[in-house]
Design a protein around this ligand. Structure first.
Ligand SMILES: NC(=O)c1ccc[n+]([C@@H]2O[C@H](COP(=O)([O-])OP(=O)(O)OC[C@H]3O[C@@H](n4cnc5c(N)ncnc54)[C@H](OP(=O)(O)O)[C@@H]3O)[C@@H](O)[C@H]2O)c1
Length: 253
């Protein structure tokens, strides 16, 4: 069991972030858990005293800085940051909706940038540790009725790759988390059958292993699904479109 190490997880109030917070806490880590719904973070703290609520709206740059400062004051050191805040709005994605596109970018992309901004100098000086960005297989290529979400995730994936080059020189590991379908309040909004969907606990196990026991840049799962999507991502557009359209017909989408 790992003693005394500290991880900051954003998006910790539900779904993957919640399961990951519980996993790390059960492994003996102190978890600084952030999301907007403080009541849910407090419930987590009641279940496991290793989970410490730090309520935060990641769209607020100054709040991100203040919360990070508070976490450092309390724990003195942070080993890993997992920036997992994200939203998806599948119904609004069926037609072009600028307001919703902006909102999704604001939370998924700029919310993550605000979070990175708050820890950037800390890690640069510390010259160790890890920043992990939660993207998605939806970042590999454009999927139907998910334009804003896919764009926000491919932006995160590219950003993480770029940041890797810079931070490697400072001995800071950048990792990218690309889950397939995981059953959470986010995917509960989807109105189509989701292939190979897994539980948040499965995701948490995969992420825990990827963050603490392996050194690969990308942590992706479930592998059969993610490798299939990786294969699709290298195909010419004409073939890619045909395969996806065939899949959509199969599920009457
Ligand atoms: N589920 C999947 O199949 C899947 C697949 C690939 C990638 N992902 C990614 O995994 C991450 C977690 O998704 P999930 O499925 O676990 O969804 P979820 O259960 O809806 O969790 C989303 C989390 O983000 C937090 N959040 C949303 N807006 C926020 C804001 N402005 N400031 C701070 N926190 C905010 C939510 O907490 P509050 O509402 O309390 O703020 C919640 O804790 C997301 O980045 C998602 O894109 C999910």
């Amino acid at each position: 069991m790992q003693e005394n190490k500290v991880i900051w997880i954003t998006g910790a109030s539900s779904g993957i972030g919640k399961a990951l917070s519980i996993k790390f806490a059960n492994e003996g880590w102190h978890v600084a858990a952030s999301a907007r719904r403080e009541n849910l973070l407090k419930e987590l703290n009641q279940q496991n005293k290793n989970i410490h609520p730090f309520p935060l709206d990641v769209t607020d740059i100054e709040q991100c800085k203040t919360i990070f400062k508070n976490i450092i004051e309390k724990f003195k050191d942070i080993e890993i940051c997992v920036f997992g805040t994200g939203i998806h709005d599948p119904q609004s994605e069926k037609e072009f909706n600028l307001e919703k596109i902006r909102k999704i970018m604001e939370v998924n992309y700029f919310g993550t940038m605000n979070s990175i901004n708050s820890v950037y100098n800390y890690y640069k000086d510390k010259k160790s540790g890890q920043i992990s960005i939660v993207s998605s297989v939806a970042g590999y290529r454009g999927l139907p009725a998910a334009g804003a979400y896919c764009a926000s995730k491919s932006a995160l994936t590219s950003f993480a790759e770029s940041l890797h080059f810079e931070m490697k020189r400072k001995n800071v590991r950048i990792s990218l988390i690309s889950p397939g379908f995981i059953k959470t309040p986010m995917t509960d909004q989807n109105d189509f059958p989701m292939p190979m969907i897994k539980s948040p606990e499965f995701a948490a196990e995969q992420i825990y292993t990827g963050l603490t026991k392996r050194k690969t840049f990308e942590i992706h799962f479930p592998k059969v699904f993610t490798y299939f999507l990786k294969f699709l991502s290298i195909l010419p557009s004409s073939i890619y479109f045909k395969i996806v359209e065939k899949g959509m017909k199969k599920i009457n989408y």
